[in-house]
Design a protein around this ligand. Structure first.
Ligand code: ARG
Length: 660
């Protein structure tokens, strides 16, 4: 016996070939002009009908095998779009690019999904001078629907909406697949090399809340791409190069002259930075020496490299504390990595005649862009622009990136827009081939809706913020008297899970484009769309089986043998909601807006509650409280819900705990 997957694949391939040759044959039968009087005509027509019939059966079984034998989760919306797309094209050959709109339906009475293309198609036809009623178009679409594995029936409503009802057996089968195979990504069309540039604080300066947003969002985006099967390179583009290092080193030489042999205790690098900046602004001699230090650092004099490394290390250790708390994986590849490449970049622009002189600076003007890029300053130094040009070039040519995403505050939008335009102008990439995007985000505000600051008006240190989160989360757990039920170890785990989960979720659940108000009270509230609510909901679902004494082995066995019945309205609603996971991820892949995943998880949790409130999973004896009946298919629905939630948490970077 061969491996079933290989067997199936071989069968599928053979069927695909057969379909192709049948299609070709039908194609050749389509043109019966000269045959109108031929005695062969009837014969051909009959043959044609048979072929069509057989083709449909083959197509259908091919789809079914695809659905049922694949381990990956099907994107139902996408599949409906394929089916409806075919019908739409067949109904309206006049339109080259007919609009394809299929969306899930919130209100059950209108079916499970809806296709709204008919109205837009009528508009498009009208523009071409063809007057058709959208309802008529809808009717045509329905008539042209190919035989398929997932729709039960369709109804036309209102001006031309098509309500789509899914087959229960289909949904049930997909749920069984999910339970057997686990939550798998949808099939991967092509594996991409993805660079995510995120976090990227500046050495010697404090990592601020803006960097916190970038860190949280970038980590989650990376996880999403990884889950979908892509090859992700997470890069920390730290600001570790530039003139400020001259003054830092000059100051280091004065304050810790033996820094070459003894590690200097610059625990407060921020203060150290401030002192050196002050001297730089006030002392003429110091300023001169600072400039010399920059030159000597750039020419890689060992003592200067050593001093620079010392300073970077102090910052690095600080950043790492934040990354450890938030479980962030990232490779440091700061601006200094691109030093030599910056020289090459300037040369390349120069040789292509794209550099202009402007008051001693070398600048690049990109047609259509609001500002030029400064690639060489009047003192000969490079800038943030130069390093980003070098970085994008390195990512395209050396890293062979297919996708490059930059996660920073929206304030840097213009900078990236011009950098991308310059890179296209010089011919480094074609936006049709390489996806290069700035995923910008709004600023973090305090509860007073003003810029996030401490009471005394200083910027908030991230570690202080995270520590306050821990404290508040412990207070909350104690308020709920969880310390009385959980072991010390469990309590600490729950504390970290809630604190860091809430901080991340609060950020991710807001549309990143908007500013967002940082509020511990809101994020730790266990009602509403918060991590606290979801984490509690999750542990509750996980405990249902445990409290009914059903072990994992039993559930695993049941997944293979028990049909997931979806007769009750709430079972049906939950089943469909669970299966929307792949379409949610697909959408985020397109727009990089992670709050859609949070909204979905919240919807899943509330849909679950509705189900749980009206459908008994286990039935107990009223007197003894003993379990008298287990409705295993419902236990399976609990399992499937929990599995999708767990995967969702994983993508958001949230760590659920067993007990809390
Ligand atoms: N260090 C910069 C800052 O703190 C962010 C760098 C973002 N990445 C990039 N390739 N420019 O604002």
């Amino acid at each position: 016996m061969g491996d079933p997957v290989t067997d199936y694949t071989a069968r599928l391939q053979q069927q695909e070939r057969e379909i192709q040759s049948l299609s070709a044959e039908i194609e050749s039968l389509k043109n019966p002009q000269d045959l109108s009087s031929s005695p062969r005509l009837d014969e051909l027509r009959e043959e044609n009908a048979k072929l069509k019939y057989r083709l449909n059966i083959l197509k259908r079984s091919l789809q079914e095998e695809r659905t049922y034998c694949s381990k990956s989760m099907m994107n139902i919306n996408q599949r409906l779009q394929e089916v409806f797309g075919e019908a739409i094209r067949a109904s309206c050959p006049e339109l080259d690019n007919p609009p394809l709109a299929v969306t899930p339906n919130q209100q059950a009475k209108f079916g499970d999904y809806q296709c709204n293309s008919a109205m837009a198609m009528a508009q498009m036809l009208k523009a071409k001078g063809i007057k058709v009623n959208p309802r008529e178009i809808a009717e045509k679409i329905v008539q042209n629907l190919p035989d398929n594995e997932l729709t039960q029936k369709t109804e036309i409503a209102g001006p031309g909406f098509i309500n789509i009802h899914l087959k229960r057996s289909f949904v049930s089968k997909l749920l069984s697949n999910l339970l057997i195979n686990g939550v798998q990504p949808p099939p991967l069309a092509s594996k991409k090399r993805v660079v995510v540039d995120f976090s990227s604080p500046n050495i010697a300066k404090e990592m601020h809340v803006g960097h916190l947003r970038s860190t949280i969002i970038g980590e989650s985006m990376s996880r999403l791409f990884e889950f979908l099967g892509h090859d992700v390179l997470r890069l920390n583009h730290v600001g570790d190069w530039g003139t400020q290092f001259g003054m830092l080193i000059a100051h280091l030489q004065d304050k810790f002259p033996d820094y070459l042999t003894v590690s200097p205790p610059i625990s407060d690098l921020q203060a150290f930075y401030k002192e050196s900046k002050k001297r730089f602004d006030e002392e003429e001699d110091f300023k001169k020496r600072a400039y010399q230090c920059v030159v000597r650092l750039q020419s890689k004099e060992p003592d200067f490299i050593k001093a620079w490394n010392l300073i970077c290390d102090v910052s690095r250790r600080e950043f790492q504390k934040v990354y450890d708390c938030l479980d962030i994986q990232i490779i440091e590849r700061g601006e200094s990595f691109y030093q030599e490449m910056m020289t090459e970049v300037v040369k390349e622009f120069e040789e292509k005649g794209l550099l202009q002189l402007d008051e001693g600076r070398k600048v690049v003007f990109v047609p259509g862009q609001p500002i030029p890029l400064t690639v060489v300053k009047s003192d000969g130094g490079y800038t943030y622009d130069t390093s980003d040009l070098a970085a994008i070039r390195q990512r395209i040519f050396d890293e062979k990136a297919d996708v490059i995403i930059y996660v920073t505050d929206s304030g840097q939008g213009t900078h990236f827009q011009v950098v991308f335009a310059a890179a296209q102008m010089i011919g480094w990439y074609d936006p049709q081939v390489t996806r290069v995007e700035h995923a910008g985000f709004g600023v973090v505000l305090g509860e007073d809706k003003k810029k996030f600051k401490t009471r005394s008006g200083d910027t908030v240190r991230l570690m202080d913020l995270l520590e306050e989160g821990l404290k508040r989360s412990m207070d909350k757990l104690k308020e709920k008297e969880r310390d009385k039920v959980l072991s010390q170890e469990e309590l600490i785990k729950a504390q970290r899970s809630v604190a860091f989960g809430c901080i991340k979720y609060a950020d991710l659940s807001h549309n990143r484009i908007n500013d967002y108000v940082f509020s511990f009270d809101k994020m730790l509230d266990d009602r509403g769309n918060t991590a606290a609510y979801l984490l509690y909901a999750f542990t509750r679902i996980r405990s249902i089986a445990r409290l009914a004494n059903i072990d994992e082995a039993t559930l695993r066995k049941a997944a293979e043998t028990t049909e997931v019945i979806l007769d009750h309205d709430k079972e049906w609603k939950l089943g469909k909601c669970i299966l929307r996971f792949p379409e949610i991820l697909q959408k985020i892949l397109d727009d990089l807006l992670l709050h859609t995943l949070c909204d979905y998880l919240y919807e899943l949790a509330t849909t679950f509650t509705e189900f749980y409130d009206s459908c008994y999973c286990v039935e107990k004896d009223r007197q003894t409280g003993e379990v008298v009946k287990v409705n295993m298919w419902r236990m399976l629905l609990c399992e499937a819900t929990a599995a999708v939630m767990a995967k969702g948490f994983d993508i958001l970077g949230i760590n659920p705990v067993q007990r809390m």
